[in-house]
Each structure stands twice: as C-alpha cells, then as structure tokens.
Design a protein around this ligand. Structure first.
Ligand SMILES: [Zn+2]
Length: 79
C-alpha cells in the first residue's frame, strides 16, 4: 500500500488541521480523501502537528537554510 502521494507541497496544512486531509475543523464538514474515504475532522497526532510546523518553517526558509537545518536534524553526535 502506498503511503501517500507527496507530489505537491504547495499547500501545507495548518498544524491543527485534520489528520487525514489537513483541513481545519471549521471548514471541514465531510471530505473524501484516500485512503480513509468519507470522514469527519479528526485531531492530528502530535507528530503530524510537529511535522506540519516544520514543513511551514522549511518552506519559508531559503534553500541554504533548509539544507543546514536538515543537516542539523540528521547529524548525530558520533561520540
Ligand atoms: Zn479531513
């Protein structure tokens, strides 16, 4: 099963958006989105919130900033 299609990052969901589709509760109503199909707004997991906030920050930052930020994230102290 494919995880998700991450083709476009043009619209990063708000940190508090639905865990399935990223819409805010107030504009949600019912949505169809694979793989869940029809669903109501559900609170995102902590991880999702974190990810979204990071994504927004990343998007705002310049490419070089993103690179160094990523390096910091992936770098682990060897000792
Ligand atoms: Zn949703």
């Amino acid at each position: 099963m494919t995880d998700q299609q991450n083709g476009s990052d043009q619209r990063i969901p708000t940190p508090n958006g639905c865990r399935w589709c990223g819409l805010e509760a107030r504009e949600h109503a019912q949505r169809w989105k694979p793989p869940v199909g029809w669903h109501k707004w559900e609170p995102p997991t902590l991880e999702q919130r974190k990810e979204r906030m990071l994504a927004r920050r990343r998007r705002r930052a310049s490419t070089s900033d993103t690179r160094s930020a990523l390096r910091v994230l992936t770098l682990r102290p060897a000792f």
